[in-house]
Design a protein around this ligand. Structure first.
Ligand code: NDP
Length: 444
């Protein structure tokens, strides 16, 4: 593995990289199948990713014709890393078994371990015989839409493919590892002005927010619209705010501390609501919501932005959905991609139909959308929200931080990169964009 790391660090050319010997095994952050019941009967909050996440040596799988091995310099923690490591809502080994039934190549994924991670930045080491657009030595980031492009249903919008999966969550051999196994149609060029760790944290959350805010498959926001963004300094929220600002909209960001509010102001988000300071209690008990509290939030948004939200960027789920449906403007859109606080949702349907509102489901991004989101980063229009970096063997700790909402923006993980700050090949652009690139680090 040292030879691979050294070649990447030296910027070795494609011929040199193509001739590097592939190791038989590599280090990876995994959960183990024989531990999938370890948290049974324990409340979610107490399920500790530090106990279930291991750094194991795992065998290198065979390379399929449409795949590439990527030397992973850095990766990131996503909320799906939390779900994997606490085995909720169900152990991911069930996904791997289902994938294994699809083909001989799928069978490689059914292992007693699951290599986690749905983000990566690194260098292509090998490509399969059917790969045309990428070659060894290419510096890449990896998006996590894992689709079979021979399946007719994957065309048009590949997120609608019948067998669409999230790589590193519903497939094995993800990004929190020294080597990742990816399909060629997951590869995108690494932004040259970013370090490995800055380049690694974007693809999953940035692409998701792009689809939700910008894409016709999502809200397709237009100039002048008001957008309520829950968790506005978090993984997807901080990219959502950037897309709203870039597109001429007005974000109203919701956060839970003065520090987070200050971070948003520095990003250019003028209207910020500190939900803790406001003390919203949308649920008066486990079974009853309080419309008075929805109204109080709506009034606050009107005070700040002078309008009801055209779009609500929704993902906390059970705790906030009643309020989200209520505060959206007449004819407005609630776009949702998650349910962190609970997926059994309750809202008052009268406010939806009588006011002609729409709830729209959204999930990750197709290749075109992920590519556009990556291009926005390459162009310096959107910036990484990296706040902290952990070594691979601290993956469990980093996941714990996300599980308990202790982080800002994104947490990076160094895999083969020996230290932070490496991988920049366009120092001029970096110099110009440095204040925005490092904003979240300064606030961490
Ligand atoms: P983060 O943990 O980074 O951010 C979530 C933010 O939500 C937090 O910063 C917090 O902000 C806010 N939040 C948490 N709980 C509540 C609550 N009860 N009420 C209001 N706000 C809350 O996670 P991500 O942004 O990365 O992901 C958010 C969700 O979206 C996750 O469930 C994730 O699995 C999902 N997701 C789905 C994707 C898809 O493709 N479908 C893709 C990416 C993520 P604060 O406390 O400051 O208000």
């Amino acid at each position: 593995m040292d030879a691979i790391r050294d070649a990447v660090l030296e910027g070795a050319d494609g011929d040199v990289v193509a001739n590097l010997a592939m190791p038989e095994s590599f280090r990876a952050a995994v959960v183990r199948a024989d531990e999938q019941d370890m948290f049974e009967g324990i409340p979610s909050e107490e399920k500790d990713p530090r106990k279930s996440t291991h750094i194991d040596e795992v065998p290198l799988p065979e390379l399929a014709p449409d795949e590439a091995y990527v030397a992973v310099m850095a990766s990131s923690i996503n909320f799906n890393t939390v779900w994997t490591s606490i085995f909720e809502p169900l152990p991911t080994f069930q996904f791997l078994k289902r994938l294994a039934k699809e083909s001989v190549w799928g069978a490689r994924h059914d292992q007693p371990f699951h290599v986690m991670g749905s983000d990566a930045a690194g260098v292509v080491l090998r490509v399969g015989s059917a790969v045309r657009l990428w070659k060894p030595g290419d510096a890449v980031t990896v998006h996590c839409n894992y689709v079979d492009d021979q399946d007719p249903s994957s065309h048009d919008d590949s997120m609608l493919a019948s067998n669409q999966r999230i790589w590193g969550f519903e497939s094995n051999f993800g990004g929190l590892a020294e080597i990742a196994l990816v399909r060629a149609n997951q590869l995108m060029p690494k932004p040259a002005h970013l370090t490995w760790e800055e380049a690694a944290v974007n693809a999953l959350t940035n692409s998701t927010s792009y689809r939700m805010i910008v894409s016709p498959n999502g809200a397709q926001m237009t100039q002048g619209q008001t957008v309520l963004v829950w968790g506005a300094s978090g993984g997807i929220g901080a990219y959502a705010c950037q897309y709203v600002l870039d597109g001429g909209g007005t974000p109203v960001g919701v956060v839970s501390s003065p520090d987070r509010a200050a971070l948003l102001h520095e990003m250019g988000v003028e209207h910020v609501i500190d939900r803790k300071a406001e003390g919203y209690r949308f649920w008066s008990d486990e079974h009853t919501q309080d419309p008075g509290e929805w109204r109080r939030l709506g009034k606050k948004i009107r005070e700040l932005a002078g309008a009801d939200p055209d779009i609500v960027f929704e993902h906390p789920g059970r705790q906030t959905m009643g309020a989200s449906v209520f505060v959206a403007k007449r004819g407005g859109l609630i776009i949702t991609c998650a349910a962190t606080s609970g997926y059994t949702i309750e809202y008052d349907n009268r406010y939806l139909w009588m006011n002609l509102k729409t709830i729209k489901g959204c999930h990750f991004a197709n290749y075109r959308e992920a590519w556009a989101a990556n291009q926005a980063i390459r162009d310096g229009k959107v910036h990484p929200t990296l706040s902290q970096v952990f070594p691979l063997d601290q993956t469990g700790e980093a996941t714990y931080q996300v599980h308990h909402n202790l982080h800002e923006g994104k947490l990076g993980v160094l895999c083969l990169a020996p230290e932070e700050g490496l991988g920049v090949t366009d120092p001029g652009r970096r110099e110009r964009l440095l204040p925005q690139i490092t904003l979240f680090r300064r606030h961490a």
